[in-house]
Design a binder for this molecule. Structure first.
Ligand SMILES: Cc1cc2nc3c(=O)[nH]c(=O)nc-3n(C[C@H](O)[C@H](O)[C@H](O)COP(=O)(O)O)c2cc1C
Length: 384
């Protein structure tokens, strides 16, 4: 018997029938669909000091009284604002309760959760890099049952939706974790971390192969009615066919990007620095790559795209919106300033107010190609 799922919107929409992949430029349709069910005036924000952002138009009209920052990520997952915190950088949300008003966030993506407890990778697990960091935490977590037992009741009492980030080593793993989250009050959605080795298939990551990415998404889709976000890896030659396979398999939204594969060398120069040798690069250093991925993916899928990668200020948020993201996650920057995500909510509202807009939606997609079938939708990009 399933428990009733906590609904985070005033008007959940029924699961939509899957539409075939769009043949022409889908961006406008996707952006509209992300806002189709949102009542206006659902968020009010105060203007505060802003980061460096493009200048507001000089003819800005009278400031709007209320700014609508809400965004629909599909299947009834409507966020009050488009600023989320990224998996692995904000714990389970509870840890930050004394520092930040977590209820003001758009959503919290919790730490990666697996079927069984994992102790994580050998140390050292993190090191700084120019304009970022390298981590190989190795999905240390207590396992899905312990996560539910320890945190779900608290999440259920919160206004902010919590999206559980799910990882696995086989399709069966992912499906079982999601089954155990299905119907749990406090779990608002699933974000699939598919940058994990598929042990039964020679350890090839799900995220780097369109068939594997589509298969795991389809299997999870069959197992849950929860809103399903799937997180893209940048460690591929062309992300577009993978994004399409995931969308066709029934994901409600894409998140992009996970970390880039990298290594660091120990001071002795006799071995790699991290205990796991390999780690994931994150932070401002990866922002241009994340922008490129979001730009490409936004042109080939018809579901919302949530951007992640190197966000440290409002200008970064606006850049990601310009390439088609409808929302943004903040990750590594939280380690330096846990108050940043909430401040960005205020700054985004303030920027709309300065421009006389009652919504942030005009920021979305402004840097995408104006014509259908642009080279960036087809796979013709920069070649060195
Ligand atoms: C310490 C650390 C732990 C992370 N753990 C996870 C994880 O468990 N699952 C996941 O999907 N992504 C994880 N990530 C990736 C982030 O969610 C995010 O995709 C990436 O760091 C890029 O964003 P950023 O540059 O803003 O940090 C982790 C990142 C860091 C730095």
């Amino acid at each position: 018997m399933k428990a009733k799922r906590r609904v985070v919107t005033s008007g959940p929409r029924p699961p939509a029938a899957r539409t075939p992949p769009p043949k022409r430029r889908p961006t406008v349709r996707r952006i509209k669909s992300a806002f189709a069910t949102i009542p206006s005036g659902t968020a009010t924000v105060r203007p505060v000091a802003r980061s460096a952002v493009p200048p507001a138009p000089p003819q800005a009209a009278e400031p709007a009284a209320e700014i609508d920052l809400s965004v629909d990520l599909g299947r009834g997952l409507v966020l009050r604002n488009p600023i989320l915190v990224a998996s692995g950088t904000f714990g389970y949300g509870i840890e930050y309760g004394d520092v930040v008003d977590v209820q003001r966030l758009g959503a919290i993506c919790c730490k990666g959760t697996t079927l069984r407890a994992r102790i994580g990778n050998p140390t050292p697990r993190v090191t700084e890099t120019p304009a970022g960091m390298l981590n190989s935490i190795g999905l240390q977590n207590p396992g899905v049952d312990a996560v539910v037992a320890k945190y779900a009741a608290t999440w259920a009492a919160w206004d902010v939706p919590v999206i559980v980030n799910v990882a696995g080593e086989s399709v069966g793993d992912y499906v079982e974790v999601v089954r155990r989250l299905e119907g749990v009050p406090g779990v608002a959605g699933i974000e699939l971390n598919i940058s994990c080795p598929n042990v039964g298939k020679g350890g090839i990551q799900f995220a780097i192969d369109a068939d594997a990415a589509g298969s795991v998404t389809a299997a999870v889709r069959r197992a849950t009615d929860l809103p399903l976000l799937v997180k893209l890896s940048p460690n591929v030659a062309d992300v577009r066919p993978i994004a399409r396979a995931i969308a066709d398999a029934g994901a409600d939204a894409l998140t992009a990007i996970n970390t880039l594969s990298g290594i660091a060398i120990a001071p002795t120069r006799t071995k790699p620095l991290l205990g796991n040798i390999y780690g994931g690069v994150s932070g401002p250093a990866i922002k241009p790559i994340a922008l490129r991925v979001v730009y490409e993916v936004s042109q080939v899928v018809d579901i919302p795209v949530v951007a992640i990668g190197g966000v440290t200020n409002l200008a970064d948020v606006l850049d990601f919106l310009a390439v088609g993201a409808v929302a943004v996650q903040v990750g590594t920057a939280i380690f330096a300033d846990p108050t940043l995500p909430v401040r960005l909510v205020d700054e985004l509202g303030g920027e709309c107010r300065t421009r006389g807009w009652d919504s942030y939606r005009p920021f979305i997609g402004t840097a995408l190609p104006k014509r259908a079938g642009a080279p960036s939708a087809k796979g013709v990009e920069y070649r060195p």
